[in-house]
Design a protein around this ligand. Sequence first.
Ligand code: SAM
Length: 200
Amino acid sequence: LLQSGSKLTTAAKTAWTQFLRPGDTVVDATCGNGHDTLFLAQAVGPSGHVIAFDIQEAAISATRQRLEASLPPGRLPRLELHAACHSRLQELAGSGVARLVVFNLGYLPGADKSLITSTATTSAALEAALEVVEPGGLISILCYVGHPGGMEEYNAVRQICAELKPAYWATSETRLLNRPTAPVLVLLWRCSEPFFGRRS
Ligand code: SAM
């Protein structure tokens, strides 16, 4: 992961690639301009299912256009794009359906910085993602700590991770110790069977 240097987005994609298989269902909870969504669509292929969320209608249009322009119709997975807050993730995506749920928090570079993820909705969305991801699946969260509110949001994510039952969840974070304001990659793996036979 560290060979990605300061680009923890690349490190995140390395983790996604290890988990995804053709035909999987994947959720992009913050699709923005669709760069990550395109990567996910290519990983799950035409037999896969991509569900994406963004609070901005313009982001949903940009994501649809990027995917349709980049992949020929026969290579497109089933696409389900929601112009909605990701706190509605479980209601709109269903329970235990996704191999991977991806969050890239913060605001869209070059766009209105007030349209930003927040501690309250991110916490609600992460609680929903815990239900949406299937056993054996992964939740990936890229947290930005350098902008106002970012550290509080990251701490809320950490708190939820720290309270998960260790028999059913393994959680980790990757951060650059010599770049304290760089993004932090948080990964949550939902175990397919209880760890070490523990049931608590
Ligand atoms: N993954 C994107 C890409 O590849 O272009 C970049 C995502 S950008 C860092 C964060 C996105 O989160 C913005 O597009 C913003 O509109 C969206 N967002 C902010 N609050 C949200 C919410 N409550 N629910 C869903 N999306 C939200």
